[in-house]
Design a protein around this ligand. Structure first.
Ligand SMILES: *Cc1c(COP(=O)(O)O)cnc(C)c1O
Length: 376
């Protein structure tokens, strides 16, 4: 079905055109160049980390951190089950075993108590746990204090999947600055985009240098092509970095807009029983990337499926929240510490349009459909 109101379309305009055109006119069309270096520096400065490595995707950034740390076959990596497949795919690329950890039902973020239990059980079974990968769900940071402590006690590195939370903060500190390394995504549907791209962020100079080398086919610093390890073609292009620089200038304005829609949804939902916005409590530091509602079928007179159907037939895109990774056919045979929270959110959740390009007129249409469904 073709929708004319989209969930989270890219928000690009004149500034982006200007930056991309300038990069093209500069002649730096080939992979690396001054816009890439500047974009890395600007992101590192905003997030307050020492190193940023611009890559072709967030997935590539997750992959390179795990490769660089030597995570591989025989290792187990506890990871949020409530996430997009990319998080878990990266663990499988290196041949390690993902171990699914369920979420806090309020926020959808990894439940620290379940992580603690998972790590204790894995260690008791004699398993090697070199890394833990939590995910900042829909732009809300995980409880980094609690999860950081558990990782430290376990001697595991913390790889933070901040693909969805760029621009958010946790206790005043920027998403992307936590753990041993963090990953952000600039995919087309994210809070800001390079059309496709991502970054690995870290204070660890050796990791940044190694990831950078691995991202350009692991070429040794000699005149001829010399390779001592297997590399990848993962570098972000200079033209796309220019687009990212323009988006970064507009990031706060785009977050502000998404937050306004969050507030409007909050208003719409007041008076509805059994309906809440995922992770809405204490969302002042979130980037409000997406707004998802959770509808309890036992308390509400309507269901998320009914709302979704009505929105879709009115040309409005909606989407279920992430299907937990432990329920995916591709995860058959993999274990986890699960308590049903992510499954309940999946069954009841629905993501609604809240992009920064959404107009008043479009939101009025969303409101109309919402009122029609919820009044009947
Ligand atoms: C988007 C996303 C990714 C992957 O980022 P890409 O840049 O698309 O590779 C990873 N993890 C999560 C949670 C995401 O939402």
């Amino acid at each position: 079905m073709a929708f004319d109101i989209l969930l989270s379309p890219p928000d690009v305009g004149e500034l982006e055109q200007e930056y991309v055109l300038r990069a093209m006119k500069s002649g730096w069309v080939a992979p690396a160049g001054p816009d890439l270096t500047a974009f890395e520096e600007e992101v590192a400065e905003r997030v307050r980390v020492r190193h940023a490595v611009g890559l072709a995707s967030g997935t590539a950034a997750l992959h390179l951190a795990l490769v660089s740390w030597g995570v591989g076959p025989g290792d187990v990596v506890p990871v949020s089950t409530f996430t997009f497949a990319a998080t878990v795919n990266a663990i499988r690329y290196v041949g390690a075993e993902p171990y699914f950890v369920d979420c806090d039902e309020e926020t959808g973020n990894m439940n620290p108590a379940l992580l603690e239990q998972a790590v204790a059980e894995l260690r008791k079974a004699g398993r090697s746990v070199p890394a833990i990968v939590p995910v900042d769900m829909l732009g809300k940071c995980v409880d980094y204090d609690a999860i950081g402590e558990i990782a430290q006690a376990a001697g595991a590195r913390l790889l933070c999947d901040a693909a969805e939370s760029f621009g958010a903060t946790y206790r005043g500190r920027a998403a992307g600055s936590f753990g041993d390394a963090s990953v952000v995504s600039f995919n087309g549907n994210k809070i800001m985009t390079t059309s496709g791209g991502g970054m690995l962020l870290t204070n660890d100079e050796a990791l940044a240098a190694h990831a950078r080398k691995l991202s350009t086919q692991a070429r040794e610093p000699v005149p001829h092509y010399e390779h001592t390890e297997i590399g990848y073609n993962y570098r972000l292009s200079n033209i796309l970095a220019a687009l990212g620089r323009a988006q970064l200038v507009r990031l706060d304005e785009m977050i502000k807009r998404r937050r306004e829609w969050r507030e409007r949804y909050r208003g719409l939902l007041s008076g509805q029983t059994g309906v809440r916005i995922l992770g809405v409590a204490g969302d002042a530091e979130d980037n409000c990337w997406l707004t998802a509602i959770v509808v309890d079928p036992e308390q509400s007179s309507w269901t998320s499926a009914q709302l979704s159907e009505a929105m879709n037939s009115a040309g409005i895109e909606t989407r279920p929240v992430w299907k937990p990774m432990h329920l995916q056919p591709v995860s058959a045979g993999l274990a986890g510490t699960l308590d049903g929270s992510s499954e309940r959110i999946f069954e009841r959740g629905l993501t609604l349009p809240a992009g920064s390009v959404l107009t008043e007129e479009q939101f009025a249409r969303v409101e109309d459909v919402f009122r029609r469904v919820t009044a009947s």
